[in-house]
Design a binder for this molecule. Structure first.
Ligand SMILES: *Cc1c(COP(=O)(O)O)cnc(C)c1O
Length: 371
């Protein structure tokens, strides 16, 4: 342990190969912003919003400052506040529950399923109370949760669903795109996400005209028109330069998803034919994944990571301490054992190098280590 990725045979994340492919067009796009000088909410933002709304197949896309701010904007637009509850999962990046708590509401966790590491839809109904204001499933590691089931429960109780699709943008669920599966879809353009920019950025999606209007207002200080503020908002705007970067990266995106799938197929085949005692990731029936991460479960994770490392293969373990056991959420009163699947996946999950620009040689090195 202790090796840094750069010294290993395989890169865990590689943003340089992608940049080399589009460097000239990126330079031209960024130069255009420098020329017109509308750095905040310039024409690139509107152009991107149109392109992304088309891509997802919804009416409205609202560019924003990050995938954390998008969650905050969505919750504010739905009027979530002190005393309210929002149902989500403990196995996710902290933003998901953090934004609920920041508004004074209570994150109510339900456990995940081992197969897809996403919200267990069967547990949602029992978690609903009179205080429940929304349900917020996450599309962890590249595939959506069982949104069909979650939407059914939500509809029964008249609750809105916000999909945290920071890792699943581009994935599909029964032929429909992530971010277009529920009342509100939220994604992130953090550089290492499947569709990233070169700084912070994010976007919201909805088919609902009123919600779209409200989220647009919340994005800019609750402003309906200049110097008129009907609601509380934040500074949640997207920079023109970041929008320009996403516009160019979007050109490569579908091809990159195919390439990620190819890498995943190689890993899965090696794992299936090999003799390692690990749980191979599953893509749910009806789902496609963008493989934001390729994550397996290993009961001997540390020894396994050490072995990979010796063979030049880096690995990362995300969310080892699930959110219900994080010190910041101590006040929620959860204890170890409350969400056994999230805890198990936290203890055993290990992510392998995954990016569309892994060379055949690099893929071979990883596959050999897995076989
Ligand atoms: C990355 C991520 C976020 C936050 O996105 P930022 O753009 O980094 O703020 C939220 N939720 C999930 C599941 C994420 O992976």
């Amino acid at each position: 342990m202790g090796n840094i990725c750069e010294t290993l045979a395989v890169d865990f994340i590689d943003l340089k190969s992608q940049q080399a492919l589009i460097r000239e067009r990126l330079d031209a796009r960024i130069a255009a912003v420098l020329d017109h000088g509308r750095y905040i909410m310039g024409p690139e933002v509107g152009e991107l919003e149109e392109r992304l709304a088309d891509y997802v197949g919804v009416k409205h896309c609202i560019g924003a400052s990050s995938g954390t701010d998008t969650l905050l904007i969505a919750l504010m637009a739905l009027g979530v506040g002190p005393g309210d509850e929002v149902i989500t999962v403990p196995y996710t990046w902290i933003s998901t529950a953090e934004m609920i708590a920041l508004l004074g509401a209570r994150p109510v966790f339900v456990d995940i399923r081992e197969e897809d590491m996403n919200m267990n839809a069967e547990l949602v109904e029992a978690a609903i109370t009179e205080k429940t204001k929304a349900i917020m499933p996450v599309g962890i590691y590249g595939q959506t949760a069982d949104m069909t089931q979650i939407n059914l429960v939500a509809q029964k109780y008249g609750l809105p669903v916000i999909e945290d699709a920071a890792q699943s943008f581009g994935a599909t669920h029964h032929g429909e795109k992530s971010c277009g599966l529920s009342d509100i879809g939220s994604t992130s353009f953090f550089p290492s996400k499947p569709l990233g920019c070169y700084g912070d950025g994010g976007a919201l999606f909805t088919d609902d005209d009123e919600l779209a209007d409200l989220m647009r207002q919340v994005r800019v200080h609750g402003q309906a028109k200049k110097h008129h503020h009907p609601v509380l908002g934040i500074n949640g705007r997207l920079d023109s330069i970041q929008a320009a970067v996403v516009l160019e990266k979007l050109e490569l995106f579908d091809d990159e998803i195919v390439k990620r799938q190819k890498v995943a197929d190689c890993y899965i085949e090696s794992l299936r034919s090999g003799s390692l005692e690990v749980v191979v990731p599953q893509v749910l029936e009806g789902n496609t994944s963008v493989w934001a991460q390729f994550t397996i479960l290993s009961p001997e994770r540390n020894a396994f990571a050490e072995r990979l490392n010796l063979q030049g293969v880096p690995s990362v373990s995300y969310y080892s301490v699930p959110l219900h056991l994080q010190p910041v959420f101590k006040g929620l009163g959860y204890a170890k054992g409350d969400f056994p699947v999230a805890e198990k996946v936290g203890e055993q999950g290990i992510s392998l190098p995954m990016n569309p620009y892994l060379t055949d040689e690099e893929i071979e090195i990883v596959c050999e280590a897995l076989g």
